[in-house]
Design a protein around this ligand. Structure first.
Ligand code: ADP
Ligand code: MG
Ligand code: MG
Length: 886
């Protein structure tokens, strides 16, 4: 690797070199080229990091040589020498990753100071306290970052010194005080790090560079990367920069400024500064900083310059900038600029404003929207100032905030809701039987289960806030109480959930409404103009369908009919149907269910006004509708007469007879519809009766009847014939044409994907059930995987991410592409889409776009995100095509 260039002076780089120079280094170079006042310095590349890493955390000789060369250049430019007592060069050593990771990695200031050079700095500056303050800061930062001494040790000594002197502020400490502290600091380093603070400045520099390299792998950096999907192998660059001092006196200072308000996007300078302070004092909170507006009065010249730098940088980068600056003796220096982090609300306003100002195009604006942040916007938030007592923190499973009275079971939740009380359903875990409780509540809290647990999925689907896996929560169902952390709560007490942060808060905290701003509407309109992929919603009832329409759904991609049976008024009828001993009894129960389903369908058709409604016939195994065996045994034991006892024992027999070794692969989906045709017949009849009512009322309908879990063409052939027959019976010839229904299947079993060519002969559409398809392609049962081994796999990076959250393009995706190809070869007009959680995920949406699907379907609240993600996929895709074409 001989003479590869591992070090670049700021004058040699530019903003396009982020991968090599890191974000900070590339931007320092870009600003230097643009003639902004940046203290000179150089950047050690990410490539050098990789060499360091490969060499087993050793700085290679070639890197040392190039650093020395660059340092000499810096000395010439500054007219100072590193380690020279009379006019010492001082530098900072700053981390600088490719993707900005604010505060995650380490930086050391004032390198080059030792017992001798500090005297040089004192006499040169004519300011002794300043020089010794710099020196003690160096020992403190170096001691912490390089030598691993806990900061608290230094802070304790500093505190003791100031208390002894009767002084409150650092800047009032006299030189003598700092000198004493420096001696204490040196002892402290010796004691805790078992070595002296190095007086040799070259050793300081080498160790500091090494430490910054190593900080790439410190724990907080790793966690941050995982959260933000930043690849571990990116590595970090290191910047060595000559120091400027904001702590030399009262015409000095340091601060941070955003070119616009990052919380609402308003076009004003936004930021803070401190007079007579260095670097991180602003964020460390030792003194309360002043807001940037005050600088206009305190240093009018500097303010004017800063404002013009802000304008220049914003125009240059075409985005809101987050800028670090330092003022030394009245002169302004810029130390960093980057695209500023922003709230979802600000992001939309900025995108819309920049388009209006002609700075960027609509496409560029759309590409800048971080769709996962829109969650923040589309759900209600908390009034933070009212929060006092946080009881526990769980997983932030479904965003938004909710406040209500604790209900410990679904029936109580439903009953209280009827009385008009807002409730929060609190359970150890939730099962499908709790669904009416979830429906009735403002939010859901569970002690067990992860972000993709049932409770979370259901709550997200309904747009309800949910906190899951709150392990410190213990629920006492007998005493109707729960305890969390230190506090106890009784059923009926008020609590508040913050689904975005996972906080569980005591009491009723005021909520702030979700903001569907004018900017959001404008941007969604741009997305709709651009995207090719249609966006459908998963909705199981008329209310959800209306919500979906409000958010812009172009159809329903998945209506799960079984959810209609879980409602408290219907479950007993369903159970009667399942438990029936005779065909007659069963038919009677079905006759009761039919009008209920018909009314649901009619409501949904009306809400969708002629847009496609994909209705999946009954899918789960029947035992899911029956009580749990343990529960029945308990009731059997507790029964006080023989009649009751015999009823329970009959139930127990029936539940046992429906028991399956592996229900996921058992008697469910179309297998149920084939063995018990009367159930599907009833559902199909209900659909067409609902359609007929609508047609007679002059409302257009477009039902897509979806047969689940098909693995062989014959299954679909048989069931399709039933659908056509019943359509004929209910609608007659003419209305049947007017109705224009479709029959299709979910492709969710690998064999269905493999034989899609044959299946397409009987299908008008394919809807990829990517949840089951993922389960069956990997051979994972989702709950077991997520509860047991998947987190471990992800931690070990055996899989890049959870395939239930982000569609596995490599494996599952291949099945989808194959099924599409063979399906369309057999039937060119075949309609295709996906339903399931993946439909709301940005990367999965991009996959669907590339694969050429017609639509994605997701929960109503994710529709705006999906519309934008679909536009982003289109923009990205067409750019790639242009790129590869020339
Ligand atoms: P972070 O990534 O934590 O912001 P930085 O490398 O940006 O770390 O530096 C931390 C602080 O030190 C910032 O306030 C920065 O402006 C300041 N700083 C860094 N280098 C210098 C320098 N050469 N002169 C003066 N201040 C500096
Ligand atoms: Mg910084
Ligand atoms: Mg399925």
């Amino acid at each position: 690797m001989g003479n590869a260039k591992l070090v670049y002076a700021f004058t040699e780089g530019h903003a396009g070199m982020k991968a090599l120079l890191g974000g900070k280094g590339a931007n320092l170079a870009e600003m230097t080229r643009a003639g902004l006042p940046v203290p000179p310095g150089f950047t050690i590349t990410t490539e050098a990091y990789h060499t360091f890493f490969r060499a087993g955390y050793r700085v290679p000789a070639e890197l040392q040589r190039q650093v020395q060369e660059a340092l000499r250049g810096l000395e010439v430019e500054k007219g100072q020498r590193f380690g020279e007592p009379l006019s010492p060069l001082l530098v900072s050593v700053r981390s600088g990753s490719v993707t900005s990771m604010p505060g995650m990695m380490d930086t050391i200031l004032n390198l080059g100071l030792n017992d001798e050079t500090v005297r040089g700095l004192a006499s040169l500056s004519g300011n002794e306290p300043f020089a010794y303050d710099c020196y003690r800061r160096l020992i403190q930062m170096f001691g912490n970052v390089v030598l691993g001494v806990e900061s608290i040790q230094f802070e304790r000594l500093l505190h003791r010194l100031k208390a002894g002197l009767g002084i409150e502020l650092d800047r009032d400490v006299p030189a003598d005080g700092w000198r004493r502290l420096i001696e204490d600091y040196k002892q402290c380093v010796l004691r805790f790090a078992n070595r002296e603070f190095p007086q040799n400045v070259q050793e300081q520099l080498a160790l500091a560079i090494e430490a910054v390299f190593k900080s790439w792998n410190n724990q907080r950096a790793q966690i941050y990367r995982q959260l933000n999907r930043i690849p571990d192998d990116q590595g970090t660059a290191v910047n060595v920069q000559s120091m400027v001092f904001g702590n030399r006196g009262d015409n000095c200072g340091t601060g941070v400024v955003f070119t616009r308000n990052p919380s609402d996007g308003e076009s004003i300078l936004y930021g803070e500064y401190l007079i007579n302070a260095q670097g991180e004092d602003v964020v460390a909170g030792v003194r309360t900083p002043q807001s940037i507006g005050a600088l206009r009065d305190e240093m009018p010249e500097v303010y004017k310059q800063l404002k013009s730098v802000c304008e220049k940088l914003e125009r240059h980068y075409k985005d809101m900038q987050d800028i670090e600056f330092t003022v030394e003796n009245g002169k302004l220096y810029i130390l960093q600029t980057r695209n500023g982090k922003r709230t979802a609300q600000a992001a939309l306003k900025l995108a819309a404003d920049f388009v209006a100002e002609g700075v960027i195009s609509r496409e560029e604006a759309l590409m800048r929207i971080e769709v996962s942040h829109l969650d923040q916007l589309l759900h209600r938030g908390l009034d933070e100032s009212a929060i006092r007592d946080v009881l526990a923190v769980g997983l932030p499973a479904s965003p938004g905030a909710a406040t209500g009275m604790v209900a410990l079971d679904a029936d109580t939740a439903a009953a209280w809701r009827k009385e008009g009380k807002p409730v929060i359903l609190v359970r150890s875990e939730t099962t499908p039987e709790d669904i009416h409780g979830v429906l009735a509540s403002e939010g859901v809290l569970t002690a067990r289960g992860g972000m993709t647990s049932h409770a979370a999925v259901v709550a997200r689907g309904m747009g309800k806030p949910c906190v899951c896996g709150c392990e410190s929560l213990s629920i006492d169902e007998e005493q109707r109480k729960l305890s969390a952390g230190g506090g106890a709560i009784s059923e009926g007490d008020w609590i508040t959930l913050d689904g975005a942060s996972g906080r569980v808060i005591r009491g009723c905290i005021p909520l702030k409404e979700a903001q569907v701003t004018e900017e959001l509407l404008r941007i969604l309109q741009w997305a709709d103009d651009i995207r090719a992929l249609q966006v459908y919603a998963n909705a199981d009832n008329p209310d959800d369908a209306l919500t979906a329409r409000r958010f812009g759904a172009e159809g329903i991609g998945l209506c799960r009919t079984e959810h209609m049976f879980f409602a408290p008024s219907r479950l007993p009828v369903m159970q009667r149907m399942i438990l029936a001993d005779t065909g007659q009894e069963r038919q009677a129960a079905l006759d009761e269910l039919l009008p209920m389903q018909r009314d649901d369908f009619e409501g949904i058709f009306r809400a969708m006004e002629g847009r496609p409604v994909t209705i999946r016939l009954l899918d789960p195994p029947l035992h899911e509708f029956l009580p749990k065996l343990e529960e029945l045994h308990a009731k059997f034991e507790a029964a006080d007469n023989d009649i009751e006892r015999s009823q329970y024992s009959r139930l127990i027999r029936k539940v046992k007879s429906l028991h399956e070794i592996n229900p996921m692969l058992g008697h469910r989906g179309c297998r149920l519809g084939i063995v018990h045709p009367e159930i599907y017949d009833m559902q199909i009849e209900a659909i067409f009766k609902a359609a007929l009512r609508c047609l007679e009322a002059g409302i257009r309908v477009s039902p897509d009847i979806m047969i689940p879990l098909v693995s062989d063409a014959n299954e679909l052939k048989l069931l399709r014939e039933r659908v056509d027959e019943i359509a004929e019976q209910v609608l007659g010839d003419e209305k049947r044409k007017e109705c224009g229904y479709k029959v299709g299947t979910m492709i969710e079993v690998p064999r269905a994907a493999l034989t899609a060519g044959k299946i397409a002969a009987y299908a008008d559409f394919f809807s990829f059930g990517t949840n089951d398809l993922t389960q069956m392609t990997f051979g994972y049962s989702r709950d077991d995987a997520e509860g047991k081994f998947l987190p471990n796999y992800l931690e070990q990076k055996l899989l890049p991410r959870n395939p239930f959250e982000v569609l596995d393009g490599e494996g599952v995706g291949q099945l989808i592409e194959l099924a599409m190809m063979n399906g369309r070869a057999r039937k060119p007009g075949l309609k295709t889409g996906i339903c399931g959680e993946h439909g709301g995920d940005k990367e999965s949406i991009a996959f669907c776009h590339r694969a050429g699907l017609h639509y994605v379907s997701c929960s109503p609240y994710r529709i705006p995100m999906a519309r934008i993600a679909a536009a982003q996929a289109q923009i990205e895709h067409s750019q790639n095509i242009e790129f590869s074409a020339g």
